[in-house]
Design a protein around this ligand. Structure first.
Ligand code: IMP
Ligand code: MG
Length: 182
């Protein structure tokens, strides 16, 4: 039996669709004459990146990285490991990193330092969600879907111990026994 379940919906499917359309429009305008490489951070960003790039009206290439941060708990371990690196070099390319959520910002600041050392022409971040912690860290995130309060959320790619990624919306993770459906 599980002791965690998705509760209140914070971002509905409709709201995701609307906001992702706005982000895609902005990114398409900003990268109009540039050779864009979109780098997705696995696994949380897969739904977001898939929906985002399909609404760009400029050409782009895709690559993916996988890093570990939390393990299966809801607290940052501070340990970031590259589990899967990019397939190709990014020197001289315009790189847009697509993340699911920036919480403490530990994962992203590590990733950005690592990618910057490979000398891309430009390096920007698009995160679907941000939480208050990253603002303390002073990370520059050019594109943000939604600013959240300090709550743990699941759905639309975000998991708790690998569960709930498949939900089409973003909901708060609740603890305890799931209440009966009415
Ligand atoms: P950070 O290093 O604290 O910024 O954490 C970033 C990573 O932690 C994200 O890429 C997620 O994998 C995970 N994470 C942080 N907050 C949440 C959440 O609310 N739900 C699910 N995963 C989260
Ligand atoms: Mg992630």
């Amino acid at each position: 039996m599980s002791d965690a379940y998705p509760g209140e919906v914070l971002v509905s499917q409709e709201l995701l669709h609307e906001r992702i359309g706005e982000l895609a429009k902005q990114i398409s305008a900003d990268y109009r004459d540039r050779d864009l490489l979109v780098v997705g951070v696995l696994k949380g960003a897969v739904f977001f990146i898939a929906d985002l790039v399909r609404r760009l009206d400029i050409p782009c290439e895709l690559d993916f990285m996988a890093v570990s941060s939390y393990g299966s708990t809801t607290h940052s371990s501070g340990v970031v490991r590259i589990l899967k690196d990019l397939d190709s070099p990014i020197v001289g390319r315009h790189v847009l990193v697509v993340e699911d959520v920036i919480d403490s910002g530990l994962t992203l600041s590590y990733l950005l330092r690592n990618l910057a050392s490979r000398e891309p022409a430009s390096l920007e971040v698009c995160s679907l969600l941000t939480k208050p912690g990253h603002r303390r860290r002073g990370l520059e995130t050019r594109y943000v879907g939604f600013d959240l309060a300090d709550v743990f959320v699941v759905g639309y790619g975000l998991d708790h111990a690998e569960r709930f990624r498949h939900l089409p919306y973003i909901a708060v993770l609740e603890r305890g026994t799931e209440p009966p459906q009415v």
